[in-house]
Design a protein around this ligand. Structure first.
Ligand code: TNX
Length: 726
C-alpha cells in the first residue's frame, strides 16, 4: 500500500474512533474521574478574556501563555469568558471544569486544583496549543468534568549528577511533567559523580565537585573522558526553578545522597572519609571510597552548614537525605566507627540509621522532614516521621508502609525509566526490561498491598537515573525523552487514578490524541516498533500509530522511506523503524537480523585477571570478567580466536554491558589476520572499538590503553560481539 493510502486509512481509523471517544470523553491523560460530554460548544475568540480570582493570577498568566487572551480579575456579571475560581468545598487538588455556551469555568480547591483544571482544558484544545501556535477562534466541546487525584504524591526523580542538565532542560522537563499532572520533582543533587547545588559556606563543593574528569580530583565516569565535565545550579538559579515549578503545581524535593554515594564529596573534602589508610594499589593510587564517616563530629557540622542553606532555598518541607547502597566495608575498617558500633551495640545497618537520625535532627532544626531510600529502615531504628522511597522492590515498599512510614511507591521493575525498554535498546536492565505497559499495569491490590498499608502509601513516583544519558547526548533523538515518554504518561494514570486500567484503551488515547500533543510539547518520545512479517518472499512492515515507516539495509548507507512490501530472499538485511515528529521507535526485523556469533576465543592481558570474575567468564560469552587492577598506559587486552573469524562487524568493549564504566579510558584497537602482525584500526570510544566490514578474516584483536586509571580498581572485560555476514 502506498503512503497516501496508508495515511487515508489512518485518518479513517482515527475518525471512526473519534465518534466513540466523543461519548467516552476526551482522550485525556490522565483520565479524569468523571466526564460528561454535551452537544454544544464554546467558542474561544480573540476577544475572550481569562478572568480569575485575585489569588489565581499566576495560573491565569500561565494559561495566557498557551491561549493569548487578555487577563482580567473575576467579575460575576461578565459573560463569555474563561473563568478561574477557587472553591473551598473542593479538596485542594480537585477541580471541576465546565464548558458550556456561556463560557469555560474552572473551579479548584486551591491554586493547585485550578492548575489541574487548566491542564485538562489544554487537552480539550487542538494540540497546537502546546507549541503556542493555536489560532483563534477555536471551539471547545461542551462538557462537565469532576476530577481529583487518588494520590497526593505523584512524583518523578531526576538525576542531574551523572549527566548534568542545564536550567532550560530542567524547565522544559518540568513543564511537560506539569502537563501530566505530576506534582513532585525529586532532584538528585549529589552523587558519586557530582555536586550540583551551590553551598555558599563551602563553595568548593560545586566549584571543584561540580566537575569531573580532566583537571578535577574527581575521575571521569560514563563519558566525556577527555574534558572537564559538569555544572551546577547557583542558589539563585535553583530559586528560579523552584518558582517555575511552583506555578505548575510542582514541588521540588532536593536530595543530598548520604552517607554513601559520596565519592565526589570525598574527593573534594577527603576529611569526610573514615580514619584509616586504604590500600590503593589496584586503583593506581586513586582513592575510590564513597562513604562518609559516621563517627566524625565534623561531618555533622558540615551537613548542618549544607542543610541550613538548602532549607532557605527550597520551600518544600521535605529534604531527601539518601541512604541507599551504603557499603559497610569502610565503616568496618574504621577504628572510630568500629568503636562507636561496639560501644552502642550497633551493627553496620544500625550505624546507618544512627547517621540518618542525626541528619534528620539537623534538618528538623531547620523545619524540614527527612525522606530516605528504603534501605535506611533496615535496622528498625530510623525515625518514624521519615518518608520512605521504596525503590528496590514491591516488597520493600510494602514493608515500609506496614511499618508505618509514609511511603512513596517506586519499585525499579515498574518505575525506573532508566531501564531499557526492549533487550536491544539502551539503558540499565538490573530491575527489568520494560516499556510503558509495565508501569500502566501496576496494581496495588494485585501486588498485595493491604488496606492498612495503603493508608501509608502517599503516592507513586518514577526515576530517571542518568548514567547512560551522558553517552547518548550526541544521539539524534533525545535520550531523556525517549526513556521517559510515554512511560510518564502511564505513570500519570497510575498516580492520578490509583491504577492505569486496560492497555488497549490507554494506547488508543496515545495514538489518537496524546502522541500529537507530545510532539507539540517538544517531546522526542519513544514509539512502539512496527510489526514485521515475512512470507512467500515478501517482507512487510506495519505500524498501527500513523507514524512513517523507514528502513535501513545492511551494507547500504542511509535510510529509506517504506512505501510498499519488499520482495527479497534476504529479509534479514532489513530493519524497520518509525518516526513521527521527533519521536522514533526502536528497530524491528525478522529474527535473523539480530543473530550473532560466538567463535571460540582466548583472552589474555598485560594485567592479571580477577579471581572472582576470571577471563573465562567472557570467553564463555555468558558473564563478564574483570582484571585484577586498573589499566595503566601501555596495558593491553588481546582476543585471539581459535579460527580466523569472517564477519560483517566486530565490537570489542571494556566496561559494564550497559554503561561505559570500568573501561580503558583511552586507547586504540589493532587487528591481525595472522595473530602476529597487527594493524591499528581505530581509537577507542567509550571503552571500545568497532570493526566494520573487515576485508579479511580476523585472527586476533588487541586493544591498548593509553591513559592510566579509570577511577576504579579494575577493568571490566566483555565477550567480543561478532555479527555474521548476512
Ligand atoms: C540504583 S535508586 C541507584 C542509583 C543508580 C540506579 C540505576 C537508588 C537509590 N540507587 O544509584 O543510578 O540504581 O538504575
Amino acid at each position: 500500500m502506498n503512503q497516501v493510502m496508508r495515511l487515508c486509512r489512518c485518518l479513517l481509523f482515527i475518525a471512526a474512533l473519534f465518534s466513540v471517544i466523543g461519548m467516552q470523553g476526551g482522550n485525556i491523560v490522565p483520565q479524569p474521574l468523571r466526564m460528561k460530554k454535551g452537544n454544544g460548544a464554546f467558542n474561544i475568540l480573540i476577544t475572550t478574556k481569562i478572568t480569575h480570582y485575585p489569588s489565581l493570577r499566576s495560573q491565569a498568566e500561565r494559561l495566557a501563555g498557551f491561549l493569548p487572551l487578555e487577563i482580567r480579575e473575576y467579575n460575576a456579571s461578565q459573560k463569555g469568558n474563561i473563568v478561574l475560581r477557587e472553591n473551598k468545598n473542593l479538596s485542594s487538588e480537585a477541580y471541576t471544569l465546565k464548558v458550556c455556551a456561556e463560557g469555560v469555568f474552572i473551579d479548584g480547591g486551591s491554586a493547585a486544583g485550578v492548575h489541574n483544571g487548566i491542564e485538562t482544558l489544554l487537552q480539550l484544545l487542538p494540540s497546537a496549543v502546546y507549541s503556542h501556535t493555536l489560532s483563534l477562534p477555536v471551539a471547545v466541546g461542551e462538557c462537565e468534568i469532576e476530577d481529583s487525584p487518588r494520590f497526593s504524591y505523584r512524583g518523578f526523580m531526576l538525576d542531574v549528577c551523572r549527566t548534568w542538565m542545564e536550567v532550560d532542560e530542567v524547565k522544559l522537563f518540568i513543564e511537560n511533567l506539569a502537563h501530566h499532572k505530576i506534582n513532585k520533582l525529586h532532584l538528585h543533587l549529589s552523587d558519586d559523580e557530582g555536586w550540583r547545588i551551590e553551598i555558599k559556606s563551602h563553595p568548593e563543593l560545586t566549584q571543584v565537585g561540580g566537575f569531573r574528569g580532566v583537571g578535577s580530583p574527581v575521575a571521569a565516569r560514563y563519558g566525556k573522558w577527555q574534558e572537564l565535565y559538569g555544572g551546577f545550579f547557583t542558589q539563585e538559579q535553583m530559586r528560579q526553578i523552584v518558582e517555575y515549578a511552583a506555578v505548575r503545581n510542582i514541588e521540588i524535593i532536593p536530595e543530598i545522597d548520604l552517607p554513601g554515594h559520596s565519592h565526589n564529596l570525598a574527593r573534594v573534602k577527603p576529611d569526610v572519609l573514615c580514619n584509616y589508610t586504604p590500600g590503593l594499589k589496584a586503583s593506581d593510587g586513586y582513592d575510590t571510597r564513597n562513604v562518609m564517616c559516621a563517627s566524625k563530629e565534623s561531618n555533622y557540622a558540615l551537613l548542618d552548614d549544607i542543610f541550613g542553606e538548602m532549607a532557605e532555598v527550597f520551600p518544600s518541607k521535605w529534604i531527601h537525605i539518601g541512604g541507599d547502597e551504603v557499603s559497610m566495608t569502610q565503616w568496618n575498617k574504621c577504628p572510630d566507627c568500629k568503636s562507636l558500633m561496639a560501644s552502642e551495640g550497633m551493627d553496620g545497618k544500625a550505624l546507618q540509621a544512627h547517621f540518618m537520625n542525626r541528619v534528620a535532627q539537623i534538618i528538623k532544626k531547620y523545619g524540614k522532614h527527612p525522606c530516605v531510600w528504603n534501605e535506611s529502615i533496615d535496622s528498625g531504628t530510623l525515625t518514624r516521621d521519615a518518608m520512605v522511597y521504596g525503590w528496590e522492590s514491591v516488597a520493600e515498599c510494602r514493608k515500609a508502609a506496614a511499618e508505618g512510614y509514609a511511603t512513596v511507591v517506586m519499585p525499579g521493575a515498574y518505575f525506573y525509566f532508566d531501564m531499557r525498554q526492549t533487550p536491544r535498546e539502551p539503558g540499565h536492565d538490573w530491575a527489568a526490561i520494560f516499556d510503558a505497559r509495565k508501569p500502566l499495569s501496576f496494581d496495588f491490590q494485585q501486588q498485595g498491598f493491604t488496606a492498612q498499608e495503603m493508608k501509608n502509601v502517599v503516592g507513586v513516583a518514577a526515576s530517571f537515573f542518568s548514567e547512560a544519558y551522558i553517552s547518548h547526548r550526541d544521539d539524534e533523538n533525545n535520550y531523556l525523552h525517549y526513556q521517559t515518554y510515554p512511560r510518564i504518561c502511564a505513570l500519570s494514570e497510575v498516580a492520578w487514578r490509583g491504577g492505569g486500567g486496560e492497555w488497549q484503551a490507554f494506547y488508543a488515547k496515545l495514538v489518537e490524541s496524546h502522541y500529537s500533543r507530545m510532539i507539540a510539547m517538544g517531546i522526542d518520545f519513544r514509539l512502539f516498533p512496527p510489526s514485521v512479517s515475512y512470507a512467500d518472499g515478501v517482507l512487510k512492515a506495519v505500524a498501527d500509530d500513523c507514524s512513517h515507516i523507514y528502513y535501513n539495509v545492511v551494507g547500504k548507507d542511509g535510510e529509506h522511506l517504506y512505501h510498499a512490501p519488499i520482495t527479497t530472499d534476504k529479509p534479514q538485511l532489513y530493519a524497520f523503524y518509525t518516526r513521527m515528529g521527533g519521536a522514533r521507535s526502536p528497530e524491528a526485523a525478522v529474527k535473523g537480523r539480530w543473530r550473532w556469533l560466538q567463535p571460540k576465543v582466548k583472552i589474555t592481558s598485560s594485567i592479571g585477571e580477577s579471581e572472582r570474575f576470571p577471563f573465562s567468564n567472557a570467553e564463555g560469552y555468558g558473564r563478564i570478567a574483570r582484571t585484577s587492577r586498573v589499566a595503566r598506559s601501555g596495558d593491553w587486552l588481546l582476543y585471539t580466536f581459535e579460527k580466523p573469524v569472517t564477519c560483517r562487524r566486530m565490537e570489542i568493549f571494556t566496561g559494564n554491558l550497559q554503561l561505559p564504566r570500568y573501561i580503558f579510558n583511552a586507547g586504540y584497537m589493532e587487528v591481525s589476520a595472522d595473530g602476529t602482525t597487527f594493524k591499528r584500526v581505530c581509537d577507542l570510544k567509550n571503552g571500545g572499538g568497532v570493526i566494520e566490514n573487515p576485508q579479511r578474516a580476523i585472527k586476533a584483536v588487541r586493544i591498548v590503553c593509553t591513559e592510566s586509571g579509570n577511577g576504579a580498581d579494575f577493568v571490566t572485560v566483555q565477550a567480543p560481539k561478532v555479527y555474521p555476514k548476512l
